[in-house]
Design a binder for this molecule. Structure first.
Ligand code: CA
Length: 726
């Protein structure tokens, strides 16, 4: 038989075999054995932190310190929004699964970025009012042919990985309360485990496990005790209740597990990173004192039953929004002459924590950023030694770090070869002052601290001040020595999560719109690229057909990004999935310049009192999304620059919710028409200030900038040295 005929005949059975194989092999076929051995699949990124150890270190080394300068964009996928992206993509056998804004799920061809399917859970846009920190989502879990997402409105949805169709969905929270989900579910032994958020709004945190196949709830673990009169769910809650006083359950308690969880298969322990108290002020939350377990704690439970095993409280009687929800890394390190199984965390409180993950024993805590609320941790008790008065019960205090933390949700990475943990670290400060009493007001955050009188309306001044009190750097931390190895100062705080690779690389996106590669051992920058929008999400790496790729989601926002963040330039409004490879030659489309800034409307005849009230209302209801003093992060409309027709519909939009479907809910239930008019009058005044600033001649701007630098330096010095504190 001629060769070409033979080839023809052979093609039939080969084709048949391929068809049969594809019929019987499921898409996204991850099971327990495969998840345990995720380390053996460097081409994939199977679990949230790549493996259960959550080290975010890849053995891939095709891209390395010798060639990283040849990195270039290979493909991008436009998520058709300009809002925040925070997800870690999951990659299974050439398919990438990720989430975008409003909990939308995408499946992409990991080689080309081609959209395979899109799943929109149709989150009601009114949810925007219930979220502390943007309508973001940090990713999916993938298990035996299904993709799992926790939606902003508290559902857990199982999606067919091949088709994008819903398989099942369950509601995991009391939807009448301000619960939200932004964190990625974790999967352990056929159970999908999901937490929630909402501690700024008075909820009681819990974590639940659902059967991966059916969606049936298997267990629920509450993180703070409820009303004792109703009985405690378990012994752990009864024990916890001994550390609370007053009627905390009426205030919610808080303790939400809104991001970090980790699993140790060998010890069969599942670790929860528990959040801050609700309200923040411990004196209002638990008036006769107490540690308030399990706030700001790492709690180890059994993944099969949700049964409590041990806890370590990072910040007893937490009072500053110091969550212990930050990324937990599991590693075996050389600790004082012996190998210890440790759990490492850089929580908001500013101390790098090392605890024994078998027992919860405290091993060490050293400050990785500037800290002034505690001097150190007592090695005997494992408790922080607080600086007196920093609990702000008797007057305002400027505290470092701020509630944003020395490190927030942006994941770290640990390279076992260099022995370093790479932290997206932040220096920050915040003034706290206890409110006279705790009172609920619908639609507002319940922090138990005094709200400001309304933000100062001077953009130039404010930006200089923000730069003075917050800064960011990529910090390489040696956990064995408990000290810094190197740092790279960054232009702003609130930078992206981190990826480490065996190619001696650390990769990170930045607030100033760059994707960057550094040497892992020294921090020397090897490559960077302008990506048109700020990055918060952590990069991942994977390979298909022998080619290594690096992917990151670029899209600015999040808590800091919306409220006070770095303004993204007009036109830079595409939140995208970006994938890089060596020799990648794809160009991003040119940014579209924003249109001319509209002329401010004529000033209203509103009195100074009304404008001041408008300013306060703006600070309470608008600023968390639209930014302080009208300075938004550039992703949501700058309300000082509204066109005339929007001003004409202002009441319809703000009071009645005319733009509800766009994510701008109405506030008619909490704001009167007079309130809305006061906010509008304030914004018009701000619009005129904005025009004056924009039209300031450069020479005068220079003088003003110099002057504000001087004034803000004095303010910071004054506040910092404690002379302004009561
Ligand atoms: Ca919080």
């Amino acid at each position: 038989m001629p060769y070409h005929r033979l080839r023809h005949w052979l093609a039939v059975p080969i084709l048949l075999a391929v068809v049969l194989a594809s019929m019987f092999s499921q898409a996204a076929d991850i099971d327990h054995q495969r998840a345990l051995a995720a380390e053996q699949e460097p081409q994939n990124w199977l679990l949230h932190g790549r493996t259960y150890a959550e080290q975010r270190h890849s053995p891939l080394r095709q891209i390395n310190d010798g060639n990283a300068e040849q990195l270039g964009l290979d493909w991008f996928f436009d998520t058709n929004t300009n809002r925040g992206l925070e997800a870690t993509p999951i990659v299974v056998d050439g398919v990438m699964y990720l989430t975008g804004t409003w909990s939308v799920v995408y499946a992409l061809d990991a080689r080309s970025g081609e959209l395979l399917w899109e799943y929109d859970p149709q989150v009601p846009r009114e949810m925007a009012r219930k979220v502390c920190c943007d309508v973001v989502n940090r990713g999916v879990a993938v298990w035996q042919g299904k993709v799992y997402v926790g939606t902003l409105d508290g559902r857990l949805v199982a999606i067919d990985a091949a088709t994008g169709e819903t398989v099942w969905q369950v509601v995991t929270v009391d939807q009448s309360l301000p619960y939200t989900i932004t964190g990625a579910p974790r999967v352990v032994k056929d159970k999908i485990i999901i937490g929630n958020g909402g501690a700024e709004y008075g909820v009681r945190g819990h974590v639940s496990a659902y059967d991966a196949a059916s969606g049936e709830r298997i267990w629920r673990f509450y993180t703070v005790p409820g009303n004792p009169d109703e009985g405690f769910e378990n012994e752990a809650m009864a024990k916890a209740a001994e550390t609370w006083t007053g009627e905390w359950w009426k205030l919610g308690g808080g303790g939400t597990v809104w991001d970090s969880m980790a699993y140790d298969p060998e010890l069969d322990l599942f670790y929860l990173g528990v959040g801050n108290g609700s309200p923040w002020s411990r004196h209002l939350r638990s008036p006769q004192g107490g540690d308030n377990l399990y706030l700001s704690s790492i709690v180890a439970i059994r993944p099969d039953t949700g049964e409590y095993v041990w806890h370590y409280q990072v910040v007893p009687a937490e009072s500053w929004d110091y969550t212990a929800t930050q990324h937990m890394i599991l590693a075996d390190i050389d600790w004082q002459g012996e190998t210890r199984k440790v759990l490492m965390q850089a929580p908001k409180s500013g101390f790098f924590m090392i605890i024994d993950r078998e027992t919860g024993e405290f091993l060490s805590a050293e400050p990785y950023v500037e800290v002034n609320w505690a001097t150190h941790y007592d090695p005997e008790t494992g408790r922080p030694v607080e600086v007196e008065g920093m609990d702000y019960e008797h007057g305002s205090k400027s505290v470092k770090p701020s509630g944003g933390g020395g490190h927030n949700w942006q994941p770290m990475a640990y390279n076992p070869d260099t022995g370093l943990v790479y932290i997206p670290a932040m220096e920050s400060m915040m003034v706290y002052e206890q409110a006279e009493k705790m009172q609920y007001e619908p639609g507002l955050r319940h922090l138990g601290i005094k709200r400001g009188e309304g933000p100062p309306g001077n953009e130039l001044f404010l930006n200089i001040l923000i730069d003075k009190v917050s800064s960011g750097h990529l910090l390489a931390w040696d956990p064995v020595q408990q000290k810094e190895a190197w740092r790279v100062p960054l232009r702003h705080s609130w930078n992206g999560g981190v990826l480490s690779t065996a190619g001696n690389l650390v990769l990170q996106g930045t607030a100033d719109r760059r994707m960057v590669a550094y040497r892992a051992d020294t921090g020397k920058q090897l490559w960077d690229m302008d990506v048109q929008t700020g990055i918060m999400a952590p990069p991942i790496t994977y390979s298909v057909d022998g080619e290594q790729y690096v992917t990151v989601l670029a899209g600015w926002g999040g808590g800091f990004g919306l409220m006070t963040g770095v303004k993204q330039p007009p036109g830079a409004k595409r939140s995208r999935v970006l994938t890089f490879k060596l020799g990648g030659a794809m160009q991003l489309p040119p940014t579209i310049e924003a249109g001319p800034i509209p002329e401010p409307p004529a000033l209203t005849d509103a009195s100074d009192e009304v404008i001041a009230r408008g300013s306060t209302l703006y600070g309470s209801y608008c600023s968390f999304c639209h930014g302080v003093a009208g300075i938004s992060g550039g992703t949501l409309p700058d309300l000082r620059r509204l066109p005339e027709h929007t001003h004409m519909s202002f009441e319809l939009i703000v009071h009645k919710g005319a733009f509800k479907s766009l994510g701008m809910p109405g506030f008619g239930d909490v704001l009167s028409k007079q309130d809305v008019a006061a906010i509008q009058s304030y914004l018009i005044v701000e619009a005129h200030k904005d025009k004056v600033l924009r039209e300031t001649p450069p020479w005068l701007l220079k003088i003003k900038t110099f002057f504000y630098h001087l004034v803000t330096s004095l303010i910071v010095l004054f506040v910092d040295t404690g002379t302004a504190t009561g």
